[in-house]
Design a protein around this ligand. Structure first.
Ligand SMILES: CC(C)(COP(=O)(O)OP(=O)(O)OC[C@H]1O[C@@H](n2cnc3c(N)ncnc32)[C@H](O)[C@@H]1OP(=O)(O)O)[C@@H](O)C(=O)NCCC(=O)NCCS
Length: 171
């Protein structure tokens, strides 16, 4: 039985973390991997909130860093569901860095991630439909659907390439 739709705002997630010396490279820039981990964590919480079950990351779109984040910056990550399929959920995460001494806030990067909800047997399970409540949310859902279609086209192409590679090795 399909579950009730859930609104986007019900699972929106915000995490803030102060960047420490241990997060940085020798010149004081926070390492990209630290931010990537926080992005994945924040997105995963939003997805798990939507479905009320554990989730795994199945895809992360390319991530570019527009400007550096420094030790002492307060990094804030905002995650929001954009689109859900049958068992998958696309989450957008926006990252901002605040210089807490000046109050200046910089948008440093954004990313899209796809999570899959798992049932008790760790198999993909159906997720609640996503309720878009504003024209802006409807636009985000439509854009998320297009991105997911593109990811799946790449997935099938990659699977076909691997299958043909294996067939060549066997013969
Ligand atoms: C997630 C996992 C259980 C899915 O298993 P699967 O056999 O691929 O199952 P499916 O083909 O039914 O895919 C499940 C969903 O993921 C989506 N999906 C799969 N690969 C995808 C990709 N590359 N990009 C976007 N979505 C993808 C499918 O479209 C499907 O969504 P839908 O039901 O909404 O259409 C399996 O791929 C897995 O365990 N992956 C590793 C997850 C993990 O450990 N992540 C941490 C990284 S180290």
């Amino acid at each position: 039985m399909a579950s009730q739709p859930k609104s986007i705002r019900d699972s929106q997630t915000v995490i803030s973390q102060l960047m420490q010396l241990t997060d940085a490279n020798p010149v004081g820039n926070v390492q990209g991997g630290i931010i990537m981990r926080l992005v994945d964590e924040t997105g995963g919480i939003a997805a798990a909130r939507h479905v009320g079950r554990p989730v795994v990351t199945v895809a992360i779109d390319s991530m570019a860093f527009y400007s550096p984040i420094y030790v002492g910056n307060l990094v804030t990550l905002k995650a929001s569901l954009n689109y859900v399929g049958r068992t998958s959920m696309e989450v957008g995460v926006r990252v901002e860095a605040e210089d807490v001494l000046t109050g200046e806030i910089t948008h440093t990067n954004s990313a899209y991630l796809v999570y899959v909800a798992l049932d008790e047997n760790l198999q993909p399970m159906e997720v609640p439909p996503l309720l878009a409540e504003t024209p802006e949310e409807e636009r985000r859902v439509a854009e998320g659907k297009l991105r997911q279609e593109e990811r799946l086209r790449k997935r099938w192409a990659e699977e076909a390439r691997r299958a043909s590679e294996q067939a060549t090795q066997v013969t």
